[in-house]
Structure formats: C-alpha cells, structure tokens
Design a protein around this ligand. Structure first.
Ligand code: MSP
Length: 494
C-alpha cells in the first residue's frame, strides 16, 4: 500500500509556465487520490540545476549559475505552494546528497564495466541538453528544436546503453512501463533501430557534478538529473526510506522527454540491478497557435494570471479536465472561460446553492432526519468505481467526466423531484439524498480541487476532515445537521 510518484525536474533557466504546472498538478492530483485511498504516498518533484544551458542563462543575467538556481528554484516552490502541491520532497540537483549519489552511481557503473572511456565525436544541442544526429550534412541544426548545434570531439566516458537493447525491448513489450499505450510502438521502433552508447561526461562544461575519476570531467546533465528519482528517496544513504518506496509506481513526464525516460533511465536501472518503475506516463503538450507553449517560442501562458483572475482550483480543474491526459490541447482564455462558466459556475456551484437554499428555506437551515434514496446511494457507488478505475489508468479527464455524471444526475434529480413545491416526507428525502450525493461528489473531487471541496463541505455544515478518505463516502448521516455559512466560490465570467 505504498505509492511513489515523481515529476520531471524542471530546468531553472525559466520560471514555471503552464507546461510545468500541468505535470505537477497532475502528479499532485494522483498523490492526493492515493492518499485518500489509504496508501502511503511519496511525491517527489524539484529542479534540474546543472549543465551548459543553465550556465549560459545565468551568464546572460549576470549571475552565478548557483545564484540563478537559488532564485528560480524558490520561484518554483512558491508556485507549487500557490497551487496547493502536496509534494513530500523538493529535490535540487545541486544538493550535496544528490551529488554524492550521482558520483557513487558513476563509480558503481565504472566498477561493473558499464562505463568505459572513449572518444566522442558528434553534435550537441545545448538547448535540449542532448547529443543529436543532424539530418543534413553541413546544416548543423538540431532535429528537435531546430537551433544551431555544436560540433564536439573529446574524450569522454560512455555508458553501455547498447548492451541493454534486448532487455529494454523486452521491458517495453511485456510491461506497462510505457504509457499511454499508443506510445509503445514509437519507443520500440526507436530501440529496434539500434542503440548507441551514451557519452555521460563533458570536458568543457564547468557547471556540473565532477566525475569521481582521476582526470576531471563534469557529468552529463541528464545522467545527473535522472538519478534524482533514486537520490530523492535515499538511495545509497537512507536504506529504510529507499526500501519502503522503491520502485516508482507512476512517473509523469511530457512527451518531449520520453527517450530519456523510456530508454536511458530503465537502462541505468538495469545496470544498477534495480527493479523498474511500473508506469512512466507521457502526457501531451499545451499548444498555442499551433506551437508548443514554451519560453523560447514566446507564447508563454503565465499561470499567475489565471490563478488571480479565476482562482487556484479553477486553474487546476481546467488543466486536468480540458484535454484527455496523453494528448495535446490548445490553451486559450476563451476555452478556459467556457469550461469555468459551464462546469464550475453552472453545474457545481448551482447544485450546491440550490441544495443549501432548500435546506435554509424549507427547514430553517437544518437537514431533515430521514433516509437517503437508494437510487442515489447506488449511483454514488457506481461513480466511485468508474472514477477509481480511470484514475488508476491515469485517465484524469475521463475520471472527472465520470464524477460529472453525478453532478448532472443530482441536478436533474432536483429538477424532476422539485422538492420546493411540496412539504412532504418525499421532499425531505429528496433533499437529504441530494445532500448525500453532494457530499460524496466533494470527496471524489477533492484530489482535483482540494480547496473548493473543503470550503463547500464547510458550507454544508460538515467537517473538512470527513472528506480526507474515500472510505467515508458511504457514511450516511443520521440526525440533524446545521448547514454552515455560505459564500460564492465561482463568479460568472463574461
Ligand atoms: N530538466 C528536464 C527534465 C529532467 S527529469 C530528470 C526538462 N525540464 S523542463 O523544464 O524542460 O521541463 C520539462 C517538462 O515540462 C516536460 O516534460 C513537461 O512535463 C513539461 N512541459 C513543458 N512545456 C510543456 C507544454 N507546452 N505542455 C505540456 N507540458 C510541457 O526537460
């Protein structure tokens, strides 16, 4: 009953934009879901602070790379605080503990014969921090980001990636490690084309972890960064922690960094003799005007605007609801507003208001003491099952869709039964049942919109802690409950 989940470590050359918040909010939602299921969760995130790209960014700003890393990692932490990200550890790759682990892994692999010294001759893209094959002779352009690449020729240590070709093929073919399913072939084809050994040291990069070798190199930033998933939970220094949580249950990444995570990372784990992650899920991109949203494209969407204008939870909700997790989607304020007004203001906000108004007007603010309609109880059971199944498959927007069936059902139930028209036991039952459904709805929604769920629960006169665990959703309240103070959570936007 443990659940270990990670996000990529974000580069400190840019402040968090919508893409970074997307992965982190999704991971947070899953971490909260499993905690509410009763799992012992460890949620790791952090910042990737070494390498030439960071070094050059710092220079441009007139800072030491360490100063830039200090500054920007704080900005990330503040953003996560704003967004209610419930991480257990925020790791920075410049931490001593992490550096030690990286050096020790290097030594281990050297001793095992998984590293060897050779000559690297080829191209390097600083922006992608990646060794690349150029497509056209003479045109030294990165095939991924289309920026100019550098030609390098230097002595280097290589990781025997090619040695793990068969094992990797087998891993991808026979396990769930590559998700979503439709990505599997892409990864397999890449492996089958043949893997070449990977240079993991750099001669002329100063901002990196020093190699534990006689002649000094700095360690390639991706080798350094990937190992955070081990160092973040105590590998080689806190056995108890490590044993408890290894291996990762879900690792979330964007589709841009699949090769590193679906190939190099598992190969490193093979070399270290460690069990593999269960799922490495690659989500799609937020697009604006047909292009991936990124600092370099100049089409950045600043989460701060949406948080201020609409609120933290509407922002979390939109990210996870709007596009199927795994696919790309267009981010626009128009779409945001539509989703906000229809789902949060109309459907959810109205349901709460109607229910509480009825209790107020008809029963002086006290919930009547009668039994719930069996139909609603069964409906909730059903929704919970379908919702849980989607969450386990990391189909986050599908999971919300399942929950929304309950929102729609309850609104319709009220319309049909029209309890405001009569004063009878039937009317009492309708209201109590809606109240029961609504309480469950807020439990189901809590991983997505934690603050709203808690506020709404208080408005219903219930305690926040009652919605901490899914197991509470079946509790049927006997007795009179006095509903709480009300406020409007979602204002309609024009
Ligand atoms: N530092 C590496 C990861 C090392 S992990 C050991 C890196 N960092 S990054 O800052 O570039 O962040 C990459 C992640 O941000 C992507 O994998 C993805 O999760 C997210 N996104 C960045 N832009 C994005 C979009 N436009 N849309 C969705 N997510 C994207 O790569």
């Amino acid at each position: 009953m443990k659940f270990y989940i990670t996000t990529p470590l974000y580069y400190v050359n840019a402040e968090p934009h919508i893409g970074h918040t997307y992965t982190t909010v999704a991971a947070d939602c899953l971490a909260r879901f499993y905690r509410m299921k009763g799992y012992d969760v460890f949620f790791l995130t952090g910042t990737d602070e070494h390498g030439q790209k960071i070094y050059e960014s710092a220079k441009k700003e007139g800072l030491d790379p360490g100063e830039l890393a200090d500054k920007v990692s704080e900005v990330f932490k503040n953003m996560w605080k704003k967004l209610n990200i419930s991480y257990d550890r925020f790791i920075r790759t410049t931490e001593e503990k992490h550096k030690e682990v990286v050096k020790n892994v290097f030594k281990k692999l050297l001793e095992n014969g998984d590293l060897y010294k050779g000559e690297y001759k080829g191209f390097y893209c600083v922006y992608c921090e990646s060794y690349v094959n150029i497509e056209k002779e003479g045109e030294n352009i990165c095939p991924d980001c289309k920026r100019p690449v550098k030609e390098i020729s230097e002595t280097s240590y290589f990781f025997r990636l090619s040695k793990y070709q068969r094992q990797l093929e087998n891993l991808v073919e026979t396990t769930e490690i590559v998700k979503p399913e439709f990505r599997k072939n892409e990864v397999l084809n890449f492996i089958k084309k043949g893997l070449t050994d990977l240079s993991i040291t750099r001669k002329n990069v100063v901002w990196g972890i020093e190699s534990p070798t006689e002649e000094k190199y700095t360690i390639y930033v991706w080798f350094d960064a990937l190992l955070n998933y081990l160092s973040g939970i105590g590998y080689l220094y806190n056995n108890e922690l490590f044993e408890k949580y290894w291996s990762p249950d879900v690792q979330l990444i964007g589709k841009d960094i699949m090769r590193f995570h679906h190939i190099i990372w598992p190969a490193l784990l093979f070399a270290l003799g460690l069990p593999q992650p269960k799922i490495i899920f690659a989500h799609g991109w937020w697009i604006s005007g047909k292009e991936k949203i990124s600092k370099s494209k100049g089409n950045i969407i600043d989460p701060k605007y949406y948080i201020e204008e609409y609120g933290v939870d509407p922002f979390r909700f939109f990210l996870l609801r709007e596009i199927p997790f795994g696919l790309d989607g267009e981010f626009s304020e128009e779409n945001f507003k539509k989703r906000y007004n229809s789902d949060l203001v109309n459907d959810l906000g109205n349901l709460l208001n109607r229910t509480l108004n009825l209790i107020d007007k008809k029963f002086n603010g006290f919930l009547p003491d009668v039994k719930s309609d069996e139909n609603i109880i069964n409906f909730c059971e059903n929704v919970y099952e379908n919702y849980s199944e989607r969450m386990k498959k990391i189909l986050l927007s599908d999971a919300i869709e399942e929950i929304w069936k309950l929102v729609i059902y309850l609104n319709k139930y009220l319309d049909e039964k029209s309890p405001w028209r009569e004063n009878s036991v039937k009317a009492e039952e309708t209201i109590v049942s809606t109240f029961y459904g609504l309480r469950n709805l807020l439990i189901f929604l809590k991983p997505f919109i934690p603050e709203t769920s808690e506020k709404m629960i208080e408005m219903m006169g219930l305690e926040k802690k009652e919605i901490d665990k899914f197991e509470n959703f079946r509790i049927i309240y006997p007795g009179r409950i006095k509903i709480g103070k009300r406020e409007i959570l979602f204002y309609r936007k024009k």
